[in-house]
Design a protein around this ligand. Structure first.
Ligand SMILES: C[S@@+](CC[C@H](N)C(=O)[O-])C[C@H]1O[C@@H](n2cnc3c(N)ncnc32)[C@H](O)[C@@H]1O
Length: 250
């Protein structure tokens, strides 16, 4: 359904994993109409070239362990620009509602009386494995997939996850933000009973010219990642689908 941006409105736009071709038609239209685009470092940064020449582009991108704009400041920016009657796009990588703080930004805008809506994006959780030819489900192998964040290690006070229980789901495990703590996570999954030989893969910079992937097992994927100095953004896939090896037609 085609819907133009309205002055004074905030639109949360999911930009997909990075390749501008994976931005939705609605997302592109929003970028083309916006007066202000508040964006990150992930996602289809080159699509910002589609913005109107007079549009204000504000980079609030978070570099891991580097400079970033605090979330409160981002919320304040969204509200302040919308109150000026501008058409505001909040562009995020992937989908805003998948580890994208879209829910928080929605709540803050709504509490401030700002109309807000969302244009869903192609989440890296599914698209990045797909681009490495890993289907997150496959009828004969698994009946589901579980997407979790590995940004805090198992056992950390901030962790809400029971990694040993995750080891028992019989679903594909898709881990975002898990590069740093992959050794601890893999160890905890093994302690939870997930077999050492379970296929595993790691895919970095999905959908970009730098995309690269490595395959191994639960027992050695952390070591493989370290050997190859894998850096974020990367997605780890653990489960039989990671060993499927979809081959091109011969
Ligand atoms: C804060 S989360 C944002 C997820 C995003 N909202 C989504 O739906 O894809 C950032 C993490 O997403 C994953 N990610 C995002 N884009 C990626 C890409 N192009 N290639 C590999 N992983 C990516 C990485 O795990 C990265 O650390």
């Amino acid at each position: 359904m085609q819907q133009d941006l309205t002055p004074g409105e905030v639109v949360l736009v999911g930009g997909g994993p990075g390749d501008p071709d994976l931005l939705t038609v609605a997302g592109l239209r929003a970028i083309q109409q916006a007066d202000v685009i508040i964006h990150d470092r992930l996602g289809p940064v080159s699509a910002l070239g589609e913005a109107r020449p007079e549009a204000e582009l504000i980079n609030v991108g978070k570099v891991p362990r580097g400079d970033f704009t605090p979330q409160e400041e981002i919320n304040a920016l969204l509200i302040e620009r919308a109150r000026r009657g501008l058409r505001v796009v909040r562009l995020k990588g992937g989908d805003n509602f998948v580890f994208g703080r879209g829910g928080e930004e929605w709540q803050e805008c709504a509490a401030a009386g700002i109309p807000v809506r969302v244009i869903p994006g192609v989440t890296s959780a599914v698209a990045v494995p797909a681009l490495a030819r890993i289907p997150v489900t496959h009828r004969s192998l698994t009946q589901g997939f579980t997407v979790v964040s590995g940004h805090v290690p198992p056992g950390d006070d901030r962790s809400q996850l029971d990694w040993r229980a995750l080891a028992q789901t019989h679903t594909t495990l898709v881990l975002l933000m898990a590069v740093k703590y992959l050794p601890e996570i893999a160890q905890e999954l093994r302690a939870g009973g997930l077999a050492d030989a379970t296929p595993a893969a790691i895919v970095a910079d999905g959908s970009t010219a730098e995309q690269a992937s490595w395959h191994g097992t639960l027992a050695d994927i952390a070591e493989i990642a370290q050997q190859h100095q894998v850096r974020p953004p990367a997605i780890v896939v653990i489960g039989d689908v990671a060993g499927l090896w979809l081959l091109p037609a011969s």
